[in-house]
Design a protein around this ligand. Structure first.
Ligand code: ZN
Length: 275
């Protein structure tokens, strides 16, 4: 590339350290612990489900709003703000959505109702996109390499950040080549453990130009991978890496808020089981 070409490329793709949160689910204690553990960053991306299940909807929405993130809506954001109904929710999720809607201030309800459907792309970073479920359908769960691989095959950019499954993970497949169906070559990746930082446990994944990636930072407020600790991630475009974090938080405090709100006890119990 010529020097002029490099300058043009750099102007289009601004370097970024993106703090990635998903599925916070009104768990203020977990979000605060993640912010305490987070390294320096330039922008925040919220991959949806700020509310639902947890006992602190207003405080959580206000803390997220204050970060001025790039947002994608989740199915609970939609249901709790009345954009869609709770017909496809289980009874516990529906009860929590009704309680959350009643509890939220008008200002916070309006903010949730206006969140955009993914994929969300920022023109400053054309190499990545943000979604809640799948790039093809915001409500679809991408839980396996095969499921993620199908979505990745059709993705318009090489790096997708997603949430919805509440499982911290990353998938990769070879970049498209004529005559090859990369879906069958999609792999679940094993990031490298790093030394802990304070109480946080860290792993790093280096990205290369020969693959496409789908990365889930995990759930801040209701992890379902049998690890109760709050999950988030940071993408660094300079080093082309994603760092995954797990952080202990005041789980007793989060459970107390759920029980004090009169929400189903199972929502408090599942936090400590990480499922
Ligand atoms: Zn969720």
């Amino acid at each position: 590339m010529t020097p002029a070409g490099i300058a043009k490329y750099a102007a289009i793709i601004a370097p970024v350290r993106l703090l990635l949160f998903s599925d916070i689910h009104s768990n203020l204690e977990a979000l605060e612990a993640c912010l305490d553990a987070a390294p320096a960053y330039d922008r925040v991306a919220n991959l949806g489900d700020v509310v639902g299940y947890g006992g602190s909807p207003n405080q959580t929405v206000e803390l997220v709003r204050a970060m001025e993130p790039i947002n994608v809506r989740g199915n609970h954001d939609r249901a709790c703000s009345g954009v869609t109904g709770t017909g496809d929710f289980n009874p516990v999720a529906a009860e929590a959505a009704r309680w959350t809607r009643h509890e939220l201030s008008d200002r916070n309800l309006d903010w949730l109702a206006a969140l955009p459907e993914g994929p969300v792309c920022d023109p400053e970073w054309p190499q990545l996109q943000l979604v809640h479920g799948s790039p093809l359908d915001e409500d679809v769960y991408l839980a396996s390499a095969y499921e993620a691989g199908g979505a990745m095959e059709l993705a318009s950019c090489p790096l997708t950040f997603f949430g919805h499954t509440h499982v911290q993970c990353a998938f990769a497949q070879p970049a498209p080549q004529p005559g090859i169906r990369p879906r069958s070559q999609t792999e679940l990746l094993q990031p490298e453990p790093l030394p802990s930082a304070g109480r946080a446990q860290l792993w790093r994944l280096k990205l290369d130009n020969d693959h496409r990636y789908m990365v889930n930072p995990g759930s801040v407020g209701q992890p379902r991978d049998r690890d109760w600790r709050a999950a988030f991630a940071v993408y660094d475009s300079d080093s082309r890496s994603v760092t995954f974090y797990r952080v202990p938080y005041d789980i007793a405090g989060a459970q107390r808020r759920i029980l004090d709100a009169g929400l189903p006890k199972v929502l408090a119990m599942r936090l400590e089981a990480g499922r």
